[in-house]
Design a protein around this ligand. Structure first.
Ligand code: NAP
Length: 324
């Protein structure tokens, strides 16, 4: 396994992390959830990702139960706050009240006494930034969290937050969690330059575009049974973001390029994310131990310059194409 510093910070995360959206504590039963986490952990993965909203706390409960088998110091855990957790007016967002209450609820569901990094799942335009930064700082000083971070915030929002944090003597952002994959390269434009300047790490989510970059979805064909795209309980995001004829055609180009290198498309797609120094880790989802094993191979793959150019011609950088 390769470990990378989380931006400028001292902590080091495995270059592949394992997430729990739609998988652990939802589609996967306890035995399979445990098997995927253990396979990753045994191969050196020390970074796991979840959120309060994943299956309304179900993912945190299952992941926490599984991670209890391992020494607390041996893994780094992210969980998140923002999404709606109940019917009340204060059951969502980034107010001090909701962040404070959900932090304690997450600790309880996870069965741990501190969160390594507590993440704002989305920006909250209805809460002053200062209120959120102060509650994160308070939670850190109370020993409930070590770092805080953001997901899907713009470069301008991160810059403003860090400027304000410095003004009020609070700790700045530790990590950003952007969507980043061959079909969605937008972070390269503004987010990666800003995070480099600020020393913020990036832990990329959906690096396989929900499975679109594994080669299993063919143009003009229905999704194979047993896949995320074939299941109406899990396919809303892949159908919404990636289920285009053009994306499926491009994914087959990726299959051809990967075959020339003698590796799988999933391995190549992940190695491509990891080629960027701004990326601390790529967070994968997995429904099988075999997927974990295949995906972890990416850590040892260096992509030659001519292959990077081929990939650029199929999956152009953001300045050359609109978002897919
Ligand atoms: N911050 C955010 O807003 C946000 C948003 C989304 C996700 N996340 C985090 O990022 C994690 C990963 O996101 P994601 O699930 O979208 O990641 P992903 O790695 O792009 O997609 C994961 C899915 O692709 C399929 N897959 C993975 N490896 C494969 C392989 N080798 N061969 C064939 N199929 C394979 C599996 O689905 P099937 O086997 O079911 O087809 C798997 O569940 C989440 O679990 C979550 O922790 C965060």
């Amino acid at each position: 396994m390769q470990y990378r510093h989380m931006g400028k910070w001292g902590v080091r995360l495995s270059a592949i992390g394992v997430g729990s959206y739609l998988t652990i504590g939802f589609k996967l039963d306890e035995e399979t959830s445990r098997a995927t986490v253990r396979a990753a952990y045994d191969a050196g993965v020390n970074f796991f990702d979840t959120a309060n909203a994943y299956n309304k706390g179900g993912a945190e409960r299952m992941l926490g139960k599984i991670l209890r088998d391992f020494p607390r110091s041996s893994f780094f855990l992210i969980t998140k706050v923002f999404a709606e957790m109940g019917p009340g007016p204060n059951d969502r967002g980034l107010s001090a009240k909701h962040v404070f209450e959900q932090c304690h609820a997450s600790l309880q569901r996870l069965g741990i006494d501190y969160i390594d990094l507590y993440m704002c799942h989305r920006p909250d335009p209805d809460t002053p930034l200062e209120e959120t930064i102060r509650v994160m700082e308070d939670l850190a000083r109370q020993g409930k969290i070590l770092y805080w971070g953001v997901s899907e915030w713009s470069a301008a929002q991160m810059a403003e937050a860090n400027c304000l944090a410095r003004q009020i003597g609070a700790r700045p952002i530790g990590v950003n969690q952007p969507r980043y994959n061959l079909l969605y390269r937008q972070p390269e434009e503004k987010v990666f330059p800003l995070t480099t300047t600020e020393g913020i790490g990036n832990v990329a989510f959906s690096p396989l575009a929900h499975g679109m970059l594994t080669g299993k979805y063919q143009p003009s064909k229905p999704a194979p049974p047993g896949t995320r795209a074939a299941d109406d309980e899990t396919n809303m995001v892949i159908k919404n973001l990636y289920w285009k004829e053009e994306s499926r055609r491009k994914s087959q180009e990726l299959v051809r390029i990967a075959r020339e290198m003698g590796i799988s498309p999933a391995t190549l797609a992940l190695a491509w994310c990891l080629r960027r120094t701004e990326v601390t880790s790529a967070i994968i989802g997995a429904t099988k131990v075999s997927q974990i094993q295949e995906n972890l191979k990416a850590v040892d793959v260096q992509i030659p310059a001519d292959v990077l150019l081929k990939l650029d011609s199929v999956f152009p950088p953001p300045t050359a194409s609109p978002a897919v």
